[in-house]
Design a protein around this ligand. Structure first.
Ligand code: ES4
Ligand code: ZN
Length: 319
């Protein structure tokens, strides 16, 4: 039995497996520039965040209808459940769909068709987190939040993702203030490829409760001390870090040092269809590559519930 865990860093668009991509392409009459799944798999040779994102955005072309988003989420939830995930806080990127003429309602209603029944169908509770693309303008993020207003009963929080370097958190001060005023929870990617200063800025300027990745905090001992003191959760994604070259090899991942420092770390899959594994696969990988003890692995699983947006009573039931 895999350890019961919560997944807190998961881009639903990053769960699009090559097989489903081709199935949806055929269903929607979308032409993919790859002959078959094998040909497509060969394109998964990205070397950094940007080269991955190029493919990630390209493949989204097959997502067009509510049913597509439902099928995508349902496939993820089934895989996650099989690996012990009991609760999933799921990112989605509305701007990437709006840009292709796919409406906010198509995305949210479609995802919700799977998420709304997931406790019954998969034994997985869910939350939805809407991310702003940081390489788009601040105005575009504000417009996205405006378009999401009718759907806020199903959106728990906001996040910030896509190309990090050159797009500091401060660019999104206004939209995060507006999100907070609407009662939305706040998280942001910071310190994946960007410098430790972006982590500090996400905390101080955007008011985030959780930092996605946060890996590069290890370059700044004072920041580590603060994250420990304030019990700020970090949603680490070990297999992602290897594929995008944030770390050279998994055995060199700073996770053990981060746990030793007292950081509230969690282990997540980020974009599992692209990075070689789901939540349980990430746990298995750090167990074997880093030699983490069973106690450390249980700590990581426990942290995932503590760091979640579940209420205390829900949290107890989930773990
Ligand atoms: C992402 Cl790994 C990662 N980093 C930033 N933005 C993203 N969107 C999807 N995966
Ligand atoms: Zn991510």
């Amino acid at each position: 039995m895999p350890l019961p865990k919560a997944e807190l860093h998961l881009h639903i668009e990053g769960t699009l497996e090559p097989e489903l991509a081709f199935e949806l392409a055929a269903r929607n009459g979308v032409e993919l520039p790859y002959a078959d799944t094998e040909d497509l798999s060969r394109a998964y040779r990205f070397e950094d965040l940007q080269s991955f994102l190029n493919l990630y955005y390209e493949l989204m072309a097959v997502l067009r209808t509510e049913r597509d988003f439902e099928d995508l989420a349902d496939a993820y939830l089934a895989r996650a459940a099989a690996q012990g995930v009991r609760h999933a806080e799921i990112f989605f990127d509305p701007q990437a769909h709006l840009a292709r003429g796919v409406a906010m309602g198509t995305v949210v209603d479609g995802l919700w068709r799977a998420l709304g029944r997931s406790e019954e169908t998969h034994g997985v509770s869910t939350r939805l987190i809407m991310c702003f693309l940081r390489d788009e303008s601040a105005e575009s993020a504000l417009e996205t939040l405006r378009l999401a207003r009718p759907y806020l009963d199903r959106i728990t929080g906001v996040g910030l993702d896509s190309a990090e370097v050159g797009h500091p958190p401060v660019k999104f001060r206004e939209v995060y203030e507006a999100a907070a005023a609407l009662g939305l929870r706040r998280v942001a990617h910071a310190g994946e490829e960007g410098p430790p200063e972006y982590i500090t800025e996400a905390l101080d300027v955007l008011g985030v409760e959780r930092v996605d990745h946060g890996l590069r905090c290890m370059e700044d001992p004072a920041l580590v001390e603060r994250l420990v003191r304030e019990r700020v959760p970090l949603t680490l994604c070990p297999l992602s870090n290897v594929r995008l070259r944030a770390v050279d090899v998994l055995s060199a991942h700073p996770l053990p040092a981060m746990l030793d420092a007292g950081l509230l770390c969690t282990v997540n899959s980020d974009d599992p269809a692209y990075f070689g594994g789901y939540a349980g696969d990430n746990f298995d990988a750090v167990r074997s590559a880093l030699g983490l003890s069973e106690e450390r692995l249980r700590e990581l699983a426990r942290n995932s519930f503590v760091a979640s947006f579940l209420e205390d009573d829900e949290e107890r039931r989930a773990r």
